[in-house]
Write a protein that binds this ligand. Structure first.
Ligand SMILES: Nc1nc2c(ncn2[C@@H]2O[C@H](COP(=O)(O)OP(=O)(O)O)[C@@H](O)[C@H]2O)c(=O)[nH]1
Ligand SMILES: [Mg+2]
Length: 207
């Protein structure tokens, strides 16, 4: 069933570091992972129609904190720091690992959007990230970003190829922050996830 999540309001709430200073949890929290520069911040901006909400950069590796965005006062969309930035020092890589580990094991995240570039085979870091989310049994959706960079006729196939290369079931959603391709589908996905978790909460509060 199509049940698009209509974003009426989106605002930045807070950034959290390794100390785990997260905002009060909500029933539904969706986080976005992917390597630096894959298009995480641009996706948030496109979804919310606000080009200034999440900082984007053509210079990778700028976001080092867990950024919380509140949609319609009822759902968190979380921008996680990107991985695989070649210039990052060992110390930076270690603190990135701690930050991500702390967040992903906090029990807050209900679903992950894992972003991969539609044009490139997954890197070692992508493969590690994917194994990690399987290991922790976190539900996910694969999103193949920058779909505008390849011919329209190849998009579905290429997106699915990226999923196969990761070792996932062969499906990824093509998405472009440039053109808005895939936005409606992604809002449907968010609607489904949101409904699942608010329904779970209603059931348990009725017991
Ligand atoms: N052509 C194109 N460029 C994109 C798209 N998404 C992001 N970019 C560009 O890729 C760069 C990195 O994007 P950003 O959202 O900051 O990536 P992040 O590091 O994953 O948050 C920026 O220069 C964006 O303008 C897209 O869908 N199409
Ligand atoms: Mg970013």
């Amino acid at each position: 069933m199509e049940e698009q999540f209509a974003i009426r309001q989106a605002k930045f709430v807070t950034s959290a570091g390794t100390e785990g200073n997260y905002p009060e949890a909500l029933p539904c929290e969706i986080a976005i992972v992917g390597k630096s520069n894959v298009g995480k911040s641009s996706l948030i901006n496109r979804l919310t129609n606000n080009q200034k909400l999440a900082k984007t950069s053509s210079q990778p590796g700028k976001t080092r904190l867990v950024n919380f965005y509140l949609l319609n006062q009822s759902l968190y969309l979380v921008d996680l720091p990107g991985y695989g930035f070649a210039k990052a020092s060992k110390t930076e890589q270690k603190s990135w690992g701690e930050l991500l580990d702390k967040y992903l094991t906090s029990g807050r995240v209900k679903h992950l959007f894992m972003l991969i570039d539609i044009r490139h085979a997954p890197t070692q870091d992508d493969l590690m990230m994917f194994r990690y989310l399987i290991y922790y049994n976190i539900p996910y959706t694969l999103i193949a970003t920058k779909s505008d960079k390849i011919a329209k006729t190849k998009r579905k196939q290429e997106a699915n190829n990226r999923a196969k290369e990761l070792g996932a079931p062969p499906f990824a959603m093509p998405f472009s922050s440039e053109t808005g391709e895939g936005k409606a589908e992604l809002l449907n996905r968010i609607g489904q996830i949101y409904n699942d978790f608010t329904a779970i909460q209603k059931e348990s509060s009725e017991e």
